[in-house]
Every structure is written in C-alpha cells, then in structure tokens.
Design a protein around this ligand. Structure first.
Ligand code: TRP
Length: 330
C-alpha cells in the first residue's frame, strides 16, 4: 500500500515561486511514489474572503492551471475542490468539540494573520477555527505526509493533537497522525526583501508571469544599498538576488564563487540580475508552455473526476468516524 499525501492551497490568487520551492516541487517529485491528493481549499479561502466569493471561485481554475503547469499529473495526482466534499465540513464540526479557544489562540500562524488582517477587535469565528477545518482535510484522507511551507507547521501540530484526542476519547485507531514535509527553501522572501513572497503584498514572482514581468521583477529586486560602486564590497546576507540564486541556481560551487567575488567587490548587481533572470526564464518557460496546453474544459474534467474519486475516500473515513463516536443509528 502506497503512503498518502494530502496538501492544498487557498485559491486566493495565482501561485508563485514561494509555493514552488515550499511545496509544489516536492509534490511533483513525490507523485510517483505516493497516493497524492491535492486540494483547492475554497472553503478555507472563504474564511477571510466570505464577502468576495467571486474572487475565490475565479481563482480555482487559476490554481488548477498552476498545478498542471509545474508538472503535477492528473494520472498520478488526484485534484479536488474542498467545498464539493461536504464530509470534510461534517468532520470539522466533530473536531471543534475537541479544541479549546485557548488552543486556537496560540496558533502562531493564525495569530500573525489576525494581526495582518486587523481582526483583533472582532475575529470571525470561521476564520479563527480554520486550522480545525484543515485538520479535517488532512485526516479524512488518512494522510501520512503533508508537503507545505514553514507557516503551515503549526497546523499539522494541531491536527495531530486532534487525532490523538479523538482516538483516545472514542477509543479508536481510525485517525492517523501526519508528518510535515518542508521544501528546501521553506519561506521564500519577496522581491522587496522585507517579508515572505505573497500575492497580497505584490512582491512575488508568479509561475504564470510573462518573460517581461520576470525580467522586470528581477531587476527590481532589493540587493545591497551600500553596494554603490562596482568595486565596493557587497553583502550577500539579505540580498534578494542571492536568496533567489540559492533557491534556483543549480551550480552551487559557482554560486559560492560568485558570493565570494561579490563580498570582495568587483561584481556588479546587473551581472547577477542577468544571471538570475536567465535562470528563472529557463525554469518558467516550460511551465508557461504546459499551462497553455490546457483548456478550461480539460480543467473542469480533471477537477470533476478528481473530486468524485476523493469524495469516495472521504465518505469511507466518515463512516468510520461516525461509527467510532456511535452515530451509526441505522
Ligand atoms: N492553509 C493552507 C494555505 O494557506 C491551505 C490548506 C488547506 C492546506 N488545507 C490544507 C495545506 C491541508 C495542507 C494541508 O496555503
């Protein structure tokens, strides 16, 4: 029996290079050896976009296109839309009984998001509880492994606490704990160098960017403000161009030599930006080509058949969950 991967993304916008190094690349590499489910988390996305469902709905197809463009293969990976599996919502409600408000408050990712969204004074309850919904996503598929970025680690910890509590209280083994798999670069910084790459901050390089957009963003990257003349010694630390070269440039030996040269002085930002531009153009060109090979009707078919398949698995776990609690009346 193959082990199971479950992971997903909120469809709030196009996916970017941060998603790629944080999680997508791992999914592509593992799709041959695992039974892999990849979820478009529209229900979770609504928790902080409930007033703008149209934005979420439009992006479901964008995200699906991003998945296919990087080489996730519908023959190997099952794609599905979260809202179309109501069993996940049902399981969420049973899990909510096992979680305290205090525990929800301590989730560091949620804490940061509450602050960013200025929710401090009045936190929507659905948003506050989304980690519990995420625990249902993961466990309804009995996932062994969850490839995600660093910010998702607290969610998997909370998931495993719920699993242990559920299995103990209802004296069952039907739920399974999951492990996190972090990408090599688990938190890619934005082109401004200030915070992590994010669609909402407008500092990300998207998988679907045009060659012009890629070049423009590379040349707008924050480098070292003290590196004024070519001969000045430069800083590698905090220099976004080097951060991206670390993540995407294959020849690590040459990269180490470039860093040493930059620190000595005599290596210009333009040379490095040209190198990074070329590296990213080469990475993204095949993605662009693949993306264009799918039509909307292909996406619809892939998502429909994936969702149908995934729902069967979810229904089977829910049968076991109801039985464990004792809700199997008939
Ligand atoms: N919280 C994830 C994000 O913001 C998306 C997500 C929802 C997810 N459910 C999941 C990730 C289950 C991994 C497993 O990107």
């Amino acid at each position: 029996m193959k082990k199971v991967i479950l992971t997903g993304d909120r469809p709030t916008g196009k996916l970017h290079l941060g998603h790629y190094v944080g999680s997508l690349l791992n999914r592509v590499l593992l799709q041959d050896t695992y039974t892999q489910f990849v979820m478009i988390a529209d229900v979770q996305a609504l928790t902080d976009n409930f007033e703008h469902p149209q934005k979420i709905i439009e992006n479901v197809y964008e995200v699906a296109r991003d998945y296919l463009s990087v080489g996730l293969d519908p023959q190997k990976t099952t794609f599905f839309i979260q809202s179309q599996i109501p069993e996940i919502t049902e399981l969420t409600l049973y899990y909510l009984n096992l979680v305290t408000l205090g525990r929800l408050e301590r989730n560091p990712t949620v804490k940061t998001e509450i602050h960013q969204k200025k929710y401090e004074d009045s936190i929507p309850a659905g948003f506050f509880c989304y980690p519990v919904n995420q625990a249902a996503d993961i466990t309804i598929f009995k996932a062994d492994l969850v490839p995600v970025g660093q910010d998702q680690v607290p969610m998997i910890e909370q998931t495993n606490e719920i699993v242990r509590k559920f299995n103990r209280i209802y004296d069952t083994t039907c739920l399974k704990e999951a492990k996190v798999l972090l990408g090599d670069t688990s938190r890619l910084v934005g082109i401004d160098g200030k915070s992590k790459a994010s669609k909402s901050l407008g500092n990300a390089l998207f998988l679907s960017d045009t060659p012009e957009e890629i070049k423009h963003k590379v040349f707008a990257m924050f480098t070292d403000p003290m590196h004024i003349r070519l001969s000045d010694p430069g800083h590698v630390e905090g220099n976004v161009v080097f951060t991206y070269l670390d993540a995407f440039y294959k020849d690590k030996e040459e990269l180490a030599a470039l860093k040493a040269h930059y620190e000595r002085g005599g290596l210009g930002d333009t040379t490095l930006k040209n190198l990074l531009n070329e590296t990213l153009q080469n990475l993204l060109a095949p993605f662009r080509e693949k993306r264009e090979s799918f039509q909307t009707k292909d996406l619809k078919e892939i998502l429909f058949s994936g969702t149908t398949q995934a729902r069967k698995v979810a229904q089977e776990t829910m049968r076991e969950v109801r039985e464990a609690i004792g809700l199997n009346y008939f």
